[in-house]
Design a protein around this ligand. Structure first.
Ligand code: ATP
Ligand code: MG
Length: 425
């Protein structure tokens, strides 16, 4: 993509009311646009990042046997009344609206009720539930939550993209083994998006359904949560359940635990028969006895994940995208001195060559900008590799190659560059 064609431009400043680092950098880079507090649009390069995260999550969900669906945002109050979640006292983040005939609708904040309702029309016998594997269904869907505080940029949106998976089991044993596998799937996702080394599995309140739920928490000074981390085991405890008894029951030592601020980038929950009972999702076993289906749910805020990466991996100059989710692998800059056509020709040739080799490249071909301005933009936008074609690089025998997280670049020939960059897949 040629930067001269991109409709977004970098900005020196972000909106005055924006206090979070993730939104400030993403707005200045033109990745997102702020509509109002907690409400953001995704612009071309922001959407590229979100889609890459979505693809990683989709691969992991499919690998564990997940079946992808897409449910409606509009929610039927009757289903939520059956589980006691329609009232604003029970769920404080509802957005509700009305049809022309005055009947009410909700905008989905989570999708247990409608999915259980769908499944109740397909499941009635043990034969409808897989025995050796688990039934797991997921979607990528826009959620609406009327969040009280929306000051954390895309970490806490009033509208945001979530992957929500729900699993359905005939037996507790089946649930337990699936739940354990999901812990590893989640760890793998955070590793793949580049924050595995600072993301911990934290024991948190399980509410009324189970003793604990598990949160995936990424260490960040700006995080809203407080956790106690055990470096050795990679386990943490959320402060809401932090006490002597819990520490002991997890086999941890209080003096080894370090208090940290963190961002919740996902969580997994046991639901038991909380929803299947209320909405009559049941099956009859071989002996004709009726049982409620057991459930788990597994959420990841994709937009929050994107914001977290920006929050924790950026530096003073801008964003530092991990290769796996960067909008482009390479940012190619051409620095023209005066009207030297040859430099532009060389850069164009390299650009075409990179594209031919399936390398994702953003080409800063803009005219009339100083080298300093182009370098500053490259640092702000944060592609993993910066290439510079200039009079000097040509004189030195090639192209300047620099990684975003390295201080100094080196000169490399066009041939060696292609060998280095060629996608391994
Ligand atoms: P929080 O305590 O941060 O409000 P939650 O407990 O309400 O999160 P869930 O309802 O379990 O979160 O949602 C699943 C995942 O969706 C969370 O782990 C988080 O990654 C993400 N998430 C929740 N609320 C938001 C939001 N307002 N904006 C973006 N992502 C969110
Ligand atoms: Mg919440």
């Amino acid at each position: 993509m040629k930067q001269s064609q991109l409709f977004t431009k970098t900005k020196k400043e972000s909106p005055a009311d924006e206090v979070s680092k993730n939104a400030e950098l993403l707005i200045r880079g033109g990745f997102i646009h702020k509509e109002m507090a907690g409400v953001y649009d995704y612009l071309p390069m922001g959407l590229m990042v979100l889609k890459k995260i979505e693809n990683i999550v989709r691969q992991e969900m499919n690998a564990i046997g997940g079946q992808e669906i897409s449910m409606t945002t509009l929610q039927n109050p009757e289903l939520f009344k059956k589980t006691g979640r329609w009232s604003d006292d029970a769920v404080d983040c509802w957005f509700k609206t009305k049809l022309k005939n005055d009947s009410e609708l909700g905008l989905g904040f989570s999708h247990e009720e409608p999915l259980v309702n769908i499944l109740s029309s397909f499941i009635s016998s043990y034969k409808d539930l897989p025995l050796s594997s688990s039934l797991a269904i997921y979607q990528f869907q826009t959620k609406f939550r009327n969040e009280l505080r929306a000051k954390s940029g895309i970490l806490r949106g009033r509208e945001f993209l979530m992957k929500d998976m729900y699993s359905f089991h005939a037996t507790q044993k089946d649930f337990d083994s699936f739940y354990e596998k999901m812990q590893d799937v989640y760890k793998n996702i955070y590793k793949r998006v580049g924050i595995g080394h600072i993301t911990y599995m934290a024991f948190a309140s399980g509410g009324i359904f189970s003793k604990y739920s598990h949160e995936f928490q990424t260490i960040a000074p700006t995080g809203e949560d407080t956790i106690y981390v055990d470096e050795n085991s990679g386990i943490a405890i959320n402060n809401e359940v932090y006490n002597e008894e819990v520490i002991n029951s997890l086999g941890l030592k209080k003096e080894k635990l370090v208090e940290q601020r963190a961002i919740e980038v996902g969580n997994i929950f046991e639901l038991k028969d909380r929803f299947s009972k209320a909405l009559d999702l049941s099956y009859t076993d071989e002996n004709g006895k009726k049982h409620n289906v057991l459930m788990g749910c597994y959420g990841i805020g994709l937009s929050r994940l994107m914001g977290t990466v920006v929050e924790v991996l950026s530096d003073d100059l801008g964003i530092v995208w991990p290769e796996s989710i960067a909008p482009f692998q390479v940012h190619l800059l051409v620095l023209q001195s005066g009207d030297d056509e040859n430099i532009l020709k060389e850069a164009n040739k390299l650009y075409e060559n990179l594209i031919k080799n399936n390398i994702e490249v953003l080409f800063d071909d803009r005219q009339g900008l100083s080298a300093g301005e182009k370098f500053a933009d490259a640092d702000l936008l944060g592609m993993p590799i910066r290439l510079v074609v200039s009079q000097r690089s040509i004189k030195d025998g090639g192209i300047e190659f620099k990684k975003r997280n390295e201080e100094k670049g080196k000169i490399i020939s066009a041939h060696d560059l292609l060998v280095l960059l060629k996608p391994s897949a």
